[in-house]
Write a protein that binds this ligand. Structure first.
Ligand SMILES: *[C@@H]1O[C@H](CO)[C@@H](O)[C@H](O)[C@H]1NC(C)=O
Ligand SMILES: *[C@@H]1O[C@H](CO)[C@@H](O)[C@H](O)[C@H]1NC(C)=O
Ligand SMILES: *[C@@H]1O[C@H](CO)[C@@H](O)[C@H](O)[C@H]1NC(C)=O
Length: 396
């Protein structure tokens, strides 16, 4: 009798767990008290879809990358079609006359894929870029020197790369550099992608990935790596960094590192000991979002994490992808909750705490990150599937 009851309870609990994980019924209120009036940055004459990542170069210029990442990762497009990835920059942030222009990349060969993902600005002058180049070179971290031309526009000059081991193919996500040689990089998927691209991933791996994520088995990590110019980077797992889907990483430039676990709705906070260079986990912070990327805001001395509200909403993205990317208007036209939280140290409790900064269902489709400019006037929202970068304005 008891055996029978347990047997019938198991599937019910399982279904309840899946419903909870997917978040079919989870809703979220709108919150736009601080930033509102979100619009796409207008771009002309170049592709701007999929600006997953951005960095401020200075108080006036923001650099972002673009490539149709959602289509690549969902296997909707082959990597050949998606090859036209690149970079663009937004100028005029301090004067309020925002203007986006394509960034010229010097010394970039035509016959290789440039599928940029996480980007990181080091020492104000170097841009490190995750390059999923699949069968034209495997997983790499490329380094560019940032130059300004006579018109004050960004030019990226390619310098060198470090190769990532095969097990990372297609699945590194974000990175931070602690020194010119030492970087931390996340891998966010259970299985590496085939060299021909995620479109050719075997079905059993996709199914197993879903099962592993639903049961919250921690198979992804932050990796502590040494950049070997022109050679294979040496990497080891960062202690206590295992998560279900480790995704964004940010560094405050001093001693605090934050990494998000999207599927586990958690942010891991690490402390870098500057005397022995060791990194220690100091806190696991639960957040009310699926935290994708995290950035550091030096003005307010806080981290900013951004993400979707539920897995369910993520699953509704692919059917709407053409509508999202071909949207002719200045504002998002599909319902997809974008949530932004600030993560700040409470000096009394010595614990990091999260607070809602922004929540909107019509700001951006598929948010991946958020950044506030130095003057605090703008909140920029990055995304992996949307047609362009989004900018929201501070309410007076
Ligand atoms: C990306 O990787 C390819 C293949 O290794 C390489 O040839 C190319 O220079 C890289 N792209 C950039 C922009 O560095
Ligand atoms: C940092 O490293 C030094 C040198 O190994 C050690 O003495 C110190 O206790 C460490 N600090 C913390 C907070 O762990
Ligand atoms: C996440 O944000 C950091 C800034 O902390 C930025 O350098 C990086 O490009 C972003 N990465 C992703 C994958 O969104």
């Amino acid at each position: 009798m008891i055996g029978k009851t347990i047997c019938s309870l198991v599937p019910i609990l399982l279904i309840a767990h899946v419903i909870h994980f997917v978040g079919i019924f989870s809703t979220s209120a709108e919150y736009q008290e601080k930033y509102s009036d979100c619009e796409y940055i207008q771009t002309q004459g170049f592709d701007s879809i999929g600006p997953e990542d951005s960095v401020f170069y200075n108080k006036d210029i923001l650099i972002t990358m673009h490539v149709n990442l959602h289509k690549i990762f969902q296997g909707l497009d082959s990597i050949e079609i998606a090859q036209k990835g690149g970079f663009y920059a937004v100028y005029g942030i301090s004067t309020g006359k925002l203007e986006a222009k394509k960034v010229q990349v010097k010394n970039y060969p035509d016959n290789v894929f440039l599928i940029p993902h996480g980007i990181y600005l080091r020492d104000s002058n170097y841009l490190h870029v995750i390059n999923h180049s699949f069968y034209t070179g495997g997983e790499r971290v490329d380094t560019f020197k940032i130059l300004l031309d006579e018109q004050g526009q960004i030019v990226l000059e390619y310098l060198h790369f470090t190769q990532m081991a095969e097990k990372f193919n297609g699945i590194t996500n974000d990175l931070v550099f602690l020194t010119p040689e030492r970087f931390l990089i996340s891998d966010w998927m259970v299985f590496s992608a085939p060299l021909s691209g995620p479109k050719d991933q075997p079905i059993w791996q996709k199914v197993l990935t879903l099962v592993i994520q639903i049961f919250k088995i921690k198979t992804t990590n932050v990796w502590d790596c040494k950049y070997v110019q022109g050679g294979l980077a040496t990497c080891s797992k960062l202690r206590n960094s295992a998560g279900v889907m480790i995704n964004g990483i940010a560094f405050d430039g001093k001693d605090t590192i934050a990494a998000t676990d999207t599927a586990d709705r958690q942010i891991k906070i690490f402390r870098l000991n500057n005397s022995n260079q060791e990194i220690e986990l100091i806190q696991n912070l639960n957040v009310d979002q699926l935290p994708d990327n995290i950035t550091y805001d030096p003005v307010n001395k806080q981290f900013i994490s951004a993400g979707l509200n539920s897995v369910y909403q993520y699953l509704t993205l692919s059917p709407k992808i053409e509508k999202i990317q071909q949207n002719p208007t200045k504002k998002s036209i599909v319902d997809l909750q974008a949530k932004v939280h600030t993560i700040k140290l409470n000096p009394t409790t010595k614990q990091f705490e999260s607070q809602l900064l922004f929540s909107s269902s019509k700001a951006v489709a598929g948010i991946s990150g958020a950044l506030i400019d130095e003057s605090q006037k703008y909140l920029f929202l990055t995304s992996f599937p949307d047609k362009s970068l989004v900018v929201c304005t501070r309410r007076s």
